[in-house]
Structure formats: structure tokens, C-alpha cells
Ligand binder design. Sequence first.
Ligand code: GTP
Ligand code: MG
Length: 326
Amino acid sequence: MPSLFRNTKKTEITPKSSGSGSNKLRDRLSKTRNALARGLSGLFKGAETLDSSLLEDLEDLLISADLGVGPSTKIIDHIRDIAERRNLSSPSDLISAMRDEMAVILDPCSKSLSIDARPYVMLVVGVNGVGKTTTIAKITSWLLKQDRSVMLAAADTYRAAAVEQLTRWGERLQVPVISQGQGADAAAVAHDALVSAQARSIQVLIIDTAGRQHTQSDLMNQLVKIKRVLNKLDPNAPHEIVQILDAGTGQNALSQLQHFNQAVHVNSLCLTKLDGTAKGGILLAIADKFALPVRFIGVGEGSDDLRPFNVAQFIDALLPDPESLD
Ligand SMILES: Nc1nc2c(ncn2[C@@H]2O[C@H](COP(=O)(O)OP(=O)(O)OP(=O)(O)O)[C@@H](O)[C@H]2O)c(=O)[nH]1
Ligand SMILES: [Mg+2]
């Protein structure tokens, strides 16, 4: 094999910022990308050929970047497969091969939100502090921009502050919030909200729930009860159980999803806090294991810091520019 990686330039890790949507996403995902770029730069520097030891190091790098063993192995196998058939003449070829396999792994997650019922009921679940309530506000803001009518339900009755938080968002976004205050039966709140949304012909009802750990069986059963109560009012409700996962929790997100999925059968995901972590690669591990639609990704604390998940844009934001590695 000819010398491949001689004269490799230093990897550029500063994201370009022309202000376009995809470049803004690159800015927000810069922690993950910079970590990958540093690792790749270190690998390519001094490497002369694409040999098995370089591929092993690359696999280790991907695993340590939270992509997980499954996706990392698939990416390396794909690179090896291409290298057997044609010359991979530069790091940019290698990055392109990574990009292609990542797109295959993420493809099953690429199903955008489709509002095909009225009211379309979204039950939002997840462990404590992952960004459920903030994501509900962001989704509401996004839906309002699509001229959808939205109602919120404060079924996190665990803490008074939780009801207040959602009510404040409702006021700010000017959407109705159904609540019964702290200590109320969460399923009763969900029930009243759906009755009200049906009566007012609201397009989307989003139900906030308390953060919970899978070990809290009473709280996990509460989710089952909410689901059952909604189902009695509308056999198709909830139309979507959305689990919110904090990207910063890395591999732990996988076990959170597994446990919630066992309890209530999760239909879709939102991955939050991608702006604050170098663990954004976890989305590949999630995709590989669960193949669930990822509706949105959260990239900040503001109500507009949400992006519908787009595979190509996400990979562009995650990987360093191939040109910067030539
Ligand atoms: N940087 C960043 N912060 C976020 C994002 N999403 C949520 N947060 C922050 O995460 C913190 C927790 O968010 P909440 O929406 O209250 O989380 P929660 O899951 O509703 O929390 P509980 O109801 O207590 O379980 C807040 O400070 C949010 O501003 C995000 O995408 N990026
Ligand atoms: Mg909350």
C-alpha cells in the first residue's frame, strides 16, 4: 500500500461559522467534533499507511468517543472493506468512509414528527433533569412556528416548582397549560388535559411528567397509568411516548432508554444538551441498539435551541471537515 498519510496537515478544529443553519449546528456540536478532530489528528500524524494497527487505533478512538462498540466496529469494517477494493489515498477518504457508514447507522432514526391526529398526544418521559420541560417548551415553540395549536399538561405533580416552570413557559409561549397543582394525581391531570384538548380542537397536546429512575417502581407504574387513562379517552393516545435523553450522560443513556422502553414502550427520542458535551457520538450507539426515531436534538437552553434531527447535518457537525485533514 502506498504511503497514505505522509504530510498530513494539522487538523483544523475551529468550526467555520457563516451563520447558516448547519454551521450553527457545527458551532453547537463543537465539543464532540473537536474531541474527535484531536484524536484523528493524533492518529494521522506520523501514520504512513492505512494498516491494521491504525484501524485498531481508530476503532479505540471511536469507542472512547462514546459511539459504542457496535457502531465503531461497523465503521472500521466498512473502511476495511473499501480499502480492500480501492486505494484510500488520504485521511479525507477515510473521513468520507466514516461519514457514509455513520449515515447507514443513523438512517433508522431519521423520521420527523408527523402530526396525523387531532389532538396528537405526546407523553414526554425521562429521568430527572435530562431536559424534559425545556424540550417541551422548545417543541411548542417549533410547532407554533408551523401554525399548530398546542396545549401543555403539567403532569409533573411531584414538585410545585415543576408546575410553575411549565406554567411560565405556557405564559411566555402563549399556550394553555392544564394543571392541578402539586400533589395532584398525574393521570388525572393527563385525563383532564386530553378532554380539554379534544373539546378545544387543539392539534398537539404535550404532557410533561416528573423525572424518575427506573428503580422507582411506583413512579414507573404512574406512567403506565397515565398511558392507560389516555388510551381510554382515545384508543390511539398517547400517539407518541417521547423519551428525553441527556447526551452528556453518555453510555448511561442506553440503560435509561432500555428501562423506560420496558415499562412503557418508547416511540421516539429527543437528545438534549449536545452543546455541552463531547459525548455526542452516543447518538450512534443509541441508533445502533434501538433504531428509534430521533425527533429533535437540543443544542442550548433557549426555546429556539432545538433542531429537527437530520442525519446529514448531524454527521457534518460531528465530523471534522475532510479537507482540513488533507
Ligand atoms: N446546555 C443545554 N442545557 C439544556 C438543554 N436542555 C435542557 N437544558 C437545561 O437542563 C436543565 C434541566 O432542564 P429541565 O427541562 O428542567 O429538565 P427536566 O428533565 O424537566 O427536569 P426534572 O423535571 O427535574 O426531571 C435546565 O437548566 C435546562 O436549561 C440543552 O439542550 N442544552
Ligand atoms: Mg421537568
